[in-house]
Design a protein around this ligand. Structure first.
Ligand code: SAM
Ligand code: SF4
Length: 403
């Protein structure tokens, strides 16, 4: 599991340099439990479901509610009108908790800050971890959206990824979610060891056939600390080469766009304007509080992140202390760096920052990475080739900031 970054000490009472969120707030809720750990997964999650008081699936929501109370004491704003625009429950597997438990945490956020009219409330769900009644209960509790970890429609690829669901379970879960009135997103992963182009195309077609509102497609990343990382290091599995990943991305983009899904961020497509508003808050440098073990927050240029272990987290919040492990107060230059990195990944791109030299933009256009017409109009907008090399584009823009 990835280590937390270093940082300065975070105050025990959670105090922040600028706690004013009267412009709006988003909430991320991390549920760190899974039935099994998938071999590729580097997220902060555990298959032990009971670490002790406040850190078991049965009483974990109480710990979250304590952190919500702490955050209400720290943040300013929302005294006169509701504050929260978007909520996202992620994991781990949030649906390891019962709908009633998830609903109680959403209700605690609403009681503390108020959910605005039309607020977006998403939960991630593994397809095998939900049933029809549960999805109706989630909708009744105020959830508006569910994001299913489909990953692939091919049984052998699902096995390689250690997934426990069958392709058929995804279709059923999506159908129930839609009946319950929830917006639906599905996540796919491409580039699993041994996955052929034909298999990936089957997954793309199957995902489109489900008619979700939103699709995400991620290239498999293999981190050293994971089971798959160890297998790759031993040479037991072969990781895909960048050209194959690029071909798979292009195949997905072409099929999604043809089916009416517009890309709005490199790995995300939506139709009918059903983009994930919560993700836009992250990418736009907005304010969000991340609740739960290992969750990261950003409030007005201060980042902080919670202790990772569920029991350490539960003990902190039970003692009335902030669960933050450390924090970082960003300098203006770091905020600018980040705005470039995140902004270029969006369909609309960014205004050409003042520090970027004209030759740099012209070079990126000549290399086919930036849209020439947009550049003339003063914007950095990636071409399809640019989307495949977005990190390299960001590095070339950053060089001007440093130079
Ligand atoms: C953190 S998972 C949580 C959702 C849920 N537990 C699941 O797996 O379906 C969110 C999404 O991240 C993606 N993901 C996780 N690990 C990844 C990896 N190593 N490479 C690419 N995508 C990954 C998967 O598509 C997954 O659906
Ligand atoms: S189910 Fe999701 S969060 Fe859990 S181990 Fe697998 S990918 Fe990670």
């Amino acid at each position: 599991m990835a280590d937390l970054p270093d940082g300065e000490e975070a105050p025990k009472d959670g105090a922040l340099p600028n706690p004013d969120v009267s412009g709006g707030l988003s909430a991320y809720v991390h549920v760190p439990f899974c039935a099994v750990r998938c071999g590729y997964c580097d997220f902060n999650t555990y298959t032990n479901l009971d670490f002790g008081p406040g850190a078991s699936t049965s009483d974990f929501p109480e710990s979250l509610v304590r952190e919500i109370a702490l955050s209400r004491g720290v943040l300013r704003g929302g005294e006169a009108a509701p504050l929260i625009d978007t909520v996202f429950f992620g994991g781990g597997t949030p649906t390891m908790l019962a709908p009633k438990q998830l609903g109680s945490v959403l209700a605690a956020l609403n009681a503390a800050f108020g959910l605005r009219e039309g607020a977006e409330a998403t939960t991630e769900a593994n397809p095998e971890s939900v049933d029809r009644e549960g999805l109706f209960r989630l909708a009744d509790a105020g959830f508006t959206r569910v994001s299913f970890g489909m990953q692939s429609a091919v049984e052998s690829v699902l096995t390689t990824l250690d997934r426990r669901h069958t392709p058929g379970q995804v279709g059923r879960a999506v159908g129930w979610a839609r009946e319950a009135g929830l917006d639906v997103s599905v996540d796919l992963i491409y580039g699993a060891p041994g996955e052929t182009m034909g298999q990936w195309r089957r997954s793309i077609e199957a995902a489109i056939a489900l008619e979700p509102d939103h699709l995400s497609a991620y290239a498999l990343t293999v981190e050293p600390g994971t089971k798959m990382g160890a297998q790759a290091a031993r040479g037991v599995i072969q990781l895909p080469d960048p050209d194959e990943l690029a071909d798979k991305y292009e195949a997905a983009d072409e099929a999604f766009e043809a089916a009416g899904y517009r890309w709005y961020e490199i790995s995300n497509w939506a139709r009918g304007g059903r983009e994930c508003r919560h993700n836009r808050v992250y990418w736009g440098g907005g304010n969000w509080w991340g609740y739960g073990p290992g969750a990261h927050s950003h409030i007005n240029g201060t980042r902080f992140w919670n202790v990772k272990h569920p029991l350490a987290y539960a003990r902190r919040v039970a003692a009335g202390e902030s669960p933050a492990a450390a924090r970082e107060v960003l300098m203006a230059s770091e905020i600018a760096d980040e705005a470039v990195m995140l902004g270029v990944r969006m369909r609309e791109g960014i205004e050409i920052p003042r520090f970027v030299r004209a030759e740099t933009t012209a070079g990126l256009v000549a290399d086919g990475l930036l849209d020439g017409r947009a550049a003339v109009a003063g914007r950095i907008v990636l071409t399809l080739r640019g989307r495949l090399l977005a990190d390299a584009v960001t590095r070339r823009l950053w060089e001007d900031l440093e130079g």
